[in-house]
Write a protein that binds this ligand. Structure first.
Ligand SMILES: [Zn+2]
Length: 77
């Protein structure tokens, strides 16, 4: 999973994501899920890591489509 340097609102629109709130089962904290991320197969948003560690992160994911891949390759190359 990599964090993407992109405007959150733009990213959410592009991938048709919905913002959510992560309820941490460990500290009972609530964290907004809003950081643009990419995985091998999906695009999405994640909550920030906090004192509970990297295992306690909420994510919203959607499969990457062909158009996104093309866009992403053009950015990376
Ligand atoms: Zn926590």
């Amino acid at each position: 999973m990599i964090y993407v340097n992109s405007e959150t609102d733009e990213w959410i629109l592009k991938h048709k994501l919905e913002k959510d709130v992560y309820h941490c089962p460990k500290c009972k904290g609530q964290f907004e899920i809003k950081l643009p991320i990419l995985t091998k197969d999906c695009a999405g948003i994640a909550s920030e890591t906090h004192e509970c560690g990297s295992g306690y992160v909420g994510v919203v994911l959607t499969p990457r489509d062909q158009k996104t891949d093309t866009f992403w390759k053009s950015v990376l190359s």
